[in-house]
Ligand binder design. Structure first.
Ligand code: F0G
Length: 488
């Protein structure tokens, strides 16, 4: 890792800000781009929900980076050395060592994926009468806390929800809001303060070390625990290194250790951070570890596998070390920045500054004629799939919930997230996305809203089904044929 520690980037002679792949492709998967008429049929079949599309019908799968990042050759090699045993596997010992070296945390509880960690943490700490302040919620996090009887309070800053901004750390917590929550609930009722690295739902935006340090000092003073969700820590780490004053010359390992030193415990989705399935909870605090330990064999599996296969455990250990490789963690942010900046220059509404998880189109402004109650982000996700075969993810009101009266709680932001799984897409594929988004923007007046056909009561965005209001999809298909002739 040592040779990648410096802030090294390649400048083009032409002066172009072109991102460059610092890896080569050695295993490939064939892609399929269906004609638009078939894409239209597929989106109807999927109830206008991109989660329900079959991958064979998708050209560029930008739904998520979860479990879809490319693995390195070293990860694949490690998988063949796995030590298969229920208890005391040597693979587990290697993972524990990686947790210790990469995060600087001693105790580890393995789980089958990130939300399983959320389940256990919420069950133990976010009990009825308790509050969890956080920079922003994540869907599964909030669902688990509420299911355990706790309450979520979001304490983001005024910058967080601005679509256009040049503020480098939109994932920061508001200190006055934090103090208010402590005052209102009493420090003893704050289950823990949750810092989400690379704040997912507001556009993959990082927090700064300075903000984390300040929050941690307040937490200590009030004897409140700090929890960090490190699922997206790689990109947060990258942004601290390149954006925060005083960190350019520090090694990624030192920055990572400093980040975790301000927490009492942390958890991660391996699907995101280490390009493998699985997850875990980490801490240096034996009491915190013991409070949760016995729930792992109950819900996940024995303490040395936690629902993961030993092959995944081996690949996870290697993947964690790779979060300290600048070339690995800079890939997605530089490609995302390329797309975000290109779209922004063309006046297409997109979250700025570019974050770490994906490019986020602002559906509220993209199709401002579609009211929020008709789910603009969901409609845009369906329209982009029809126009391009690209699958993004709705991150707006469909991903929200209803209130006690049954009314939609309108989301703060209506986003279509185009995730960039690490080291998966090439630049020409990103240029294709740019081209079809531009076409869609010029034809945005054709896009209409959606309404429910089938709405599940919990996490409805996963399997709920909708239909278009009116015949806008037909009009979009007709315009595509007019403009592109027989092109796919
Ligand atoms: N925390 C964050 C910040 C996440 O982004 C996710 C998952 C989880 C926790 C839950 O982890 O999926 O392993 O159970 N994010 C995925 C996404 C689903 O597409 O953004 P998990």
């Amino acid at each position: 890792m040592e040779n990648s520690e410096q802030l090294k980037t390649v400048k083009f002679y032409s002066g172009d800000a072109t991102p460059l792949e610092m890896h080569k492709v050695r295993v490939v998967q064939k892609l399929n781009l269906l004609p638009i008429e078939e894409r239209r049929d597929c989106i109807y079949g999927a109830g206008f929900n991109t989660f329900l599309l079959m991958n064979k019908d998708v050209f560029l799968d930008m739904l998520t980076d979860s479990g879809t990042n490319a693995m390195s050759d070293n990860q694949v090699a490690a998988m063949s050395q796995a030590d298969d045993s229920y208890a005391g596997s040597a693979s587990y010992t290697r993972l524990e060592k990686a947790i210790n070296e990469v995060f600087g945390q001693k105790y580890f509880l393995p789980v089958h994926q990130g939300r399983a960690a959320e389940h256990i943490i919420a069950k133990v700490f976010a009990t009825p009468g308790k509050v969890v302040p956080m920079n922003y919620h994540f869907t599964t996090t909030k669902a688990h806390i509420e299911m355990a009887g706790g309450v979520v309070e979001e304490i983001y800053t005024d910058e967080a929800l601005k679509i256009k901004s040049d503020f480098p750390f939109k994932g920061n917590m508001s200190i006055p809001k934090l103090l208010n929550v402590i005052e209102k609930w009493g420090a003893e009722n704050v289950a823990y303060i949750r810092f989400e690295a690379g704040t997912n739902l507001i556009g993959g935006q990082p927090f700064s070390m300075a903000n984390l340090r300040e929050v941690s000092a307040i937490a200590k003073e009030h004897k409140i625990k700090v929890l960090m969700d490190t699922s997206l820590i790689s990109e947060n780490l990258y942004f601290i290194k390149i954006r925060e004053e005083g960190y350019q010359d520090k090694s990624l390992k030192d920055i990572m250790h400093e980040m975790l030193s301000y927490t009492d415990f942390s958890y991660f989705s391996g699907r995101k951070v280490s390009s493998t399935r699985g997850g875990g909870i980490c801490t240096n605090n034996l009491d915190i570890y013991m409070a949760m330990r016995d729930l792992v064999p109950l819900f996940e599996g024995f303490l040395t596998y936690g629902g993961m296969s030993v092959r995944e455990i081996e690949a996870m250990a290697v993947g964690l070390y790779e979060t300290l490789d600048f070339n690995v963690i800079s890939h997605s942010p530089t490609f995302i920045k390329y797309l975000v900046d290109t779209l922004d220059k063309k006046g297409i509404p997109v979250i700025t500054p570019a974050g770490g998880l994906g490019c986020h189109l602002d559906a509220k402004n993209f199709i401002d004629h579609v009211p929020q109650g008709q789910y603009p982000a969901g409609a845009l996700a369906a329209a982009l799939y029809v126009a391009s075969g690209i699958r993004g993810m709705e991150r707006g009101t469909i991903s929200s919930v209803r209130d006690a009266e049954g009314n939609d709680i309108l989301a703060d932001v209506e986003l279509l997230r185009l995730a960039f799984p690490r080291r998966v897409f090439t630049l020409s594929q990103v240029k294709y996305a740019e081209d079809r988004i531009l076409w869609l923007y010029e034809n945005r007046h054709l896009i209409g809203g959606l309404e429910w056909i089938e709405e599940p009561p919990v996490l409805r965005f996963f399997v709920g089904k909708l239909k278009p209001i009116g015949d806008w999809v037909e009009k979009l298909v007709a315009k595509f044929r007019e403009d592109f002739g027989d092109s796919l």
